[in-house]
Design a protein around this ligand. Sequence first.
Ligand SMILES: [Zn+2]
Length: 224
Amino acid sequence: MKQLAPGVWQLTGRLPIPNAINTYLLGDVLVDAGARFDGKKILEQLRGRSLSAHALTHAHPDHQGASKLVCEEFGVPFWVGERDADAAERPELIRERQPSSMIGRVFFKSMVGPAHPVDRRLREGDEVAGFTVLDTPGHSAGHVSFWRESDRVLILGDVLNSMDVITTMPGLREPKPYLTPDPALNRASARKLGELEPALVCFGHGAPVRDTPKFVDFCRSLPA
Ligand SMILES: [Zn+2]
């Protein structure tokens, strides 16, 4: 586990490519839980710690894969954006809401985790581990981000990636259109996050970014 900011740690994923699928510990709340195959590695890194909750940025297979395992192992509640809660409880909805593509189907099959009941539906303005929940839909209907204004730390899930999820090439980019039900809405969410001028941005895929102007410029460059 690598500390990125006070009370913010990035876990190491199971895949050999660094930052391929990211999970974060914010205080004692685990944000995202990788793919199904990440479960063992996540539990190993959290051994000896206590959690108070497990939250998702969004209910996609590479973020909810080990959610049930984590919640049951630590006996903690499951917190999901209000418009993604039904998908977390019925993962077949994730597949139904994605554009039809072969890669999407392969991702779903190889990574999706079991259903798990949601205990709290997150809404804009809610507080999670000292972070404020921001509604950032587009990549999924109920995608949320986590923002801590005091030191300008942003956990933005897959609103943007800092790595190509297929080639693993680093660099800021929009998430793949075939994994994003509403790319235009997602761009609006990205532009909203850019205006926060974060000092540290933590992505679902790719390395954290501390170059604020580069991030802000990228968000502002996205077409309306
Ligand atoms: Zn993802």
